[in-house]
Design a protein around this ligand. Structure first.
Ligand code: AN0
Ligand code: CP
Length: 319
């Protein structure tokens, strides 16, 4: 495998079923393959904040025996220009072209976090920055959340559902929930994309106006009635996202969409999921997040597993 930017890279590489089997094996035995990354360097470039992605990917690299170098663009490295052909007379000091090229000289595998601008939909949905980073670095790249997807998160979510499901084909509900700031669609897009390839019944629910991009939700069951979506759910995955049209806008902060204990009573004793960070009592009530059906920490733990499995394939590809 030469890159990991969406579920398609696993489908075209080892296959999704094989990747899930390998992931479950890494979850049980994290230290079984510490030689593959020996004398290899994994570089991680963050253009946005992170807790889980940063720590779990570093830990995953350590489990594979690799060194890591982590840079936060704009704070511990230079601010980066990403547009082509511009006169760099503004805040940005270095172009992503050189920055990626230089990092590719130091590192065998690179990770990049680059959130959606939420202003230029075309650039975001073409994955302009991620694609430039891939092109100019010359080494295998793993997405640490790009403008339209968060595949390491979705892979961890799939692993978690596989570990926790009580029926062969669970009902999984992705529900929009309110948030005070405009957030990307990446986590939701990606979750839908991965669940569409999984053995689950997926239902997406959101208020009017929060329709996700057609290339992600085409063929998926979508309803604006949250209560009917929650009926019989085995997993409830809450997430906020801003509108796709008008792009990046907040259309609602309606807290009747917050996941509460009352809402969870509509489900089939569903397990609660969120990628974190989560705003308490906006996205989800304290009672649900602190309650016995919350599996958010297991999801976070599985971020190590998804990153380890992906690094395993990328490092194998270097041999
Ligand atoms: C980001 C998002 O929604 O894409 C990262 C989630 C993993 N969340 C926030 O910025 C709060
Ligand atoms: N879930 C997730 O990606 O968290 P961070 O933004 O903290 O990395």
């Amino acid at each position: 495998m030469r890159r990991f930017t969406s579920v398609q890279d696993l489908i075209d590489g080892p296959g999704l079923d094989a990747a899930l089997i390998d992931a479950l094996e890494f979850a049980r035995h994290p230290w079984i393959n510490t030689e593959l990354g020996r004398r290899k360097t994994v570089g991680l470039l963050f253009m946005n904040p992170s807790l889980r992605t940063r720590m779990s990917t570093q830990k995953a690299a350590t489990l594979m025996g690799a060194e890591t170098i982590i840079l936060n663009a704009g704070s511990d490295s230079w601010t980066l220009e990403t547009r082509d052909g511009v006169v760099m007379d503004g805040a940005a000091t270095e172009h992503i072209k050189e920055a990626a090229g230089v990092m590719g000289r130091y590192c065998d595998v690179l990770g990049l976090r680059t959130f959606a601008s939420l202003t230029d939909r075309q650039a975001d949905y073409q994955e302009d920055i991620l694609e430039k980073f891939i092109r100019y670095s010359g080494v295998p790249v793993v997405s640490l959340e790009s403008a339209t997807r968060h595949p390491l998160q979705s892979f961890a979510d799939l692993i978690t559902i596989e570990q926790m499901k009580r029926v062969a084909r669970p009902k999984v509900v992705l529900t929009w929930a309110p948030h005070p700031k405009a957030l990307p669609q990446a986590v939701a897009n990606s979750f839908v994309e991965w669940m569409s390839h999984a053995n689950v019944d997926l239902v997406v629910t959101h208020p009017h106006g929060y329709e996700l991009a057609p290339e992600f939700v085409g063929g998926v069951t979508v309803t604006n009635d949250q209560d009917s979506a929650l009926a019989g759910a085995d997993f409830v995955y809450a997430k906020n996202w801003s509108a796709y049209e008008p792009y990046g806008q907040i259309l609602s902060k309606d807290t009747s969409w917050t996941i509460t204990e009352e809402k969870m009573l509509l489900t089939n004793r569903a397990q609660f999921m969120h990628c974190l960070p989560a705003r308490r009592n906006m996205i989800v009530s304290d009672g649900v997040l602190d309650g016995p059906h919350s599996i958010v920490l297991q999801q976070a733990a599985n971020r190590v597993v998804s990153a380890q499995t992906v690094l395993y394939y990328l490092l194998k590809g270097l041999q």
